[in-house]
Ligand binder design. Structure first.
Ligand code: CDP
Length: 227
């Protein structure tokens, strides 16, 4: 079977990672969550005190950017890949609302994107990879054999993310999650480098009313058509 690259982009919290992870598992591909990398850089900035409100100390971050090492390590119990920042498991910490609140500010910084895109491209050298994010089909892998752009209505996305956070024990409200998604989508879509937009050759999927089973089937069909 042909080895391909699968790029999945879309709005915040539309279930990209769930879809991408399940597809990768079914076809035996590696899954990379590019958003986790921007979240890890954001956690690093918060830990180092680089934020004053929404103002980021870019100079300090620029000095440190080459010292930020992000890797994905398979958890042998769950079989899932977890995010490590400079050797420390940060999988849980990067999913907090505190990180979600600042991540789009960090992800809009040109030298951060440059460093992350370079790392992402080197992960795709062997193909056999599913990567999800905002600029995967447009900037990271413009030649990807399969590009998917996923969306769903803002209320449905906020409902899904709110439930996920509550289940993990995070104290937050539906309105806080909805406004975080709107803020991130707006920054992500309007930034200069690697803005969130559909690649011309991407297949658009709106999964607002699909079950997990239906969305997995749809992705599998698209994959089989390309191989
Ligand atoms: O919360 P959700 O799963 O939708 O987002 P994520 O995939 O974890 O990504 C978190 C944030 O990282 C996004 O809101 C973007 O600001 C940024 N990001 C990006 O700029 N480029 C990517 N390829 C992936 C994520």
């Amino acid at each position: 079977m042909k080895k391909i690259i699968i790029a999945i982009d879309g709005h915040s919290s539309c279930g990209k990672s769930t879809m991408a992870k399940e597809l990768a598992r079914q076809i035996g591909y590696m899954y990379i969550d590019s958003g986790a990398m921007y979240r890890a850089v954001t956690l690093f900035c918060l830990q180092k005190g680089f934020f004053t409100g929404d103002i980021l100390d870019r100079k300090s971050l620029e000095k440190e950017i080459q010292n930020i090492r992000i890797s994905f390590v398979k958890n042998s119990e769950t079989g899932q890949f977890e995010t490590f920042l400079n050797g420390e498991n940060v999988e849980k910490a990067i999913r907090s609302m505190e990180v979600a609140d600042k991540v789009s500010i960090v992800a809009a910084v040109d030298f951060v994107r440059e460093a992350m895109v370079k790392q992402q491209q080197s992960m795709g050298l062997e193909k056999n990879i599913v990567m999800d994010g905002r600029d995967i089909g447009t900037v990271v892998f413009p030649d990807a054999e399969l590009k998917v752009f996923i969306t769903a209505s803002p209320e449905i996305r906020a409902q899904r993310r709110w439930k996920e956070l509550i289940d993990k024990g995070e104290q937050t409200t539906f309105d806080a999650v909805l406004s975080n998604l709107a803020k991130r989508d707006s920054i992500d879509s309007s930034r200069k480098d690697g803005p969130l937009r559909k690649a011309e050759d991407a297949v658009v999927l709106d999964n607002s009313h699909w079950t997990l089973e239906e969305q997995n089937q749809k992705l599998l069909e698209l994959y089989r058509e390309r191989c």
